[in-house]
Design a binder for this molecule. Structure first.
Ligand SMILES: Nc1ncnc2c1ncn2[C@@H]1O[C@H](COP(=O)(O)OP(=O)(O)O)[C@@H](O)[C@H]1O
Ligand SMILES: [Mg+2]
Length: 350
């Protein structure tokens, strides 16, 4: 098959820290691994860094006449919010493409909408509130008066610690040691910092301290396969800090957070494993995932699996979580690419 491997071209971001760009550059390494694998499988793999002009992008896809587009797009022109628009362009062209449809990609970047859908489907999520950007920026108090009232009301029913995260980012952008807060003032200050640095709302949640689990799923929307469950081992996480997967954990090799977050086999008791798989599958269904995705959860004190988020099209780099979970089945990376290619579809449903 002729397979166009479409990936981000840019190496800088519109917003956030310069360090945030590391996550974007990593997409290039992934694209190289995918194209090499496709060629080993006997396909005609072509790398296409997404041109900055939509018309040029469209023309490049049409000119390549691919049988399938292998979509590794995470952002467009430096803006993660435009990722779903590029996927929607593939839907518009009608070319089969791998991974998720634009709707699921949009939901992943709108954490509060995704949470509402999970709640409606009976999937346990962390109690939370959203502080709008304008409220966080308003004068009067650290998170603005409206934001402050909201947080005070939240504090009356949800005990600290809380986590404060950007409402419209992924890949742990904006997640660091200061994300976990222990009082109202710190929560408000953090929401304001997110408003200033990331130009978006903040989502504030009860911080679930139990084990963190990753559930990789692969296959069509209606009948995905659940890959071997993985967990984050925080044993070497810097002492005295709440354990969580920060930006440094994911992207800054050799940092204390990186060294302190190792992905291992989950080895859960079978009853817990069954609950985790069930919750992950329900999250996949509720958010319309297809192709491949990863659901991240933490176990609450009573053992309830709480969904933190679902990631459509997680990183496919051979040494990243998804491929490593696949590797636990005994199959090769190239076989993973072949499976994802088989699932490629053209339509906008489900
Ligand atoms: N409510 C929560 N309770 C405990 N830890 C959380 C919570 N929300 C996020 N985290 C931690 O922060 C990390 C990143 O948060 P996540 O919502 O997955 O953002 P991203 O989309 O940037 O990956 C998670 O992997 C987890 O370690
Ligand atoms: Mg995450």
């Amino acid at each position: 098959m002729r397979v166009v491997v479409l990936h981000n071209a840019e190496e800088t971001l519109e917003q956030g820290d310069a360090k945030d760009a590391l996550a974007v550059v990593a997409v290039r390494a992934c694209a190289d691994a995918v194209v090499s694998g496709l060629r080993r499988l006997g396909h005609d793999g072509l790398l296409l860094p997404a041109p900055e002009q939509p018309g040029v992008l469209l023309a490049a896809i049409e000119r390549a006449r691919p049988d399938v587009v292998f979509s590794l797009i995470e952002s467009y022109r430096g803006d993660a919010a435009l990722e779903p628009a590029v996927v929607a362009l593939l839907e518009l062209v009608g070319v089969p493409f791998t991974g998720n449809r634009s709707l699921a990609c949009t939901l992943a970047l709108r954490k509060s909408i995704a949470k509402a859908l999970l709640v409606a489907a009976g999937v346990p999520v962390a109690a939370g509130v959203v502080v709008e950007r304008e409220d966080a920026l308003a004068a009067g108090s650290s998170a603005g008066d409206a934001g402050h009232a909201l947080l005070a009301e939240f504090a009356a029913r949800v005990p600290f610690p809380w986590i404060v995260k950007p409402a419209a980012e992924d890949a742990s952008h904006g997640i660091d040691a200061g994300s976990v807060v222990f009082n109202l003032a710190a929560a408000g200050a953090r929401a304001t910092q997110i408003a200033l640095r990331y130009h978006q709302a903040a989502i504030i949640e009860r911080f679930i301290v139990g084990r963190e689990l990753n559930v990789a799923l692969l296959g069509p929307h209606a009948a995905p396969e659940v890959l071997p469950l993985r967990a984050i081992d925080f044993a070497n996480f810097p002492a005295g800090r709440p354990a969580l997967v920060t930006y440094d954990s994911k992207w800054v090799a050799g940092s204390p957070d990186w060294n302190g977050t190792n992905v291992v086999d989950a080895d859960l008791p079978s009853a817990t494993e069954a609950r985790v798989r069930d919750v992950a599958l329900r999250a996949w269904k509720a958010l319309g995932l297809t192709g491949y995705g990863r659901v991240d959860l933490r176990l609450d004190v009573d053992g309830t699996p709480v969904v933190l988020e679902a990631n459509p099209n997680p990183d496919l780099t051979p040494d990243a979580g998804f491929a490593l979970a696949w590797g636990r089945t005994g199959a090769t990376y190239d076989e993973l690419l072949a499976r994802i290619l088989e699932q490629a579809h053209a339509g906008p449903a489900p």
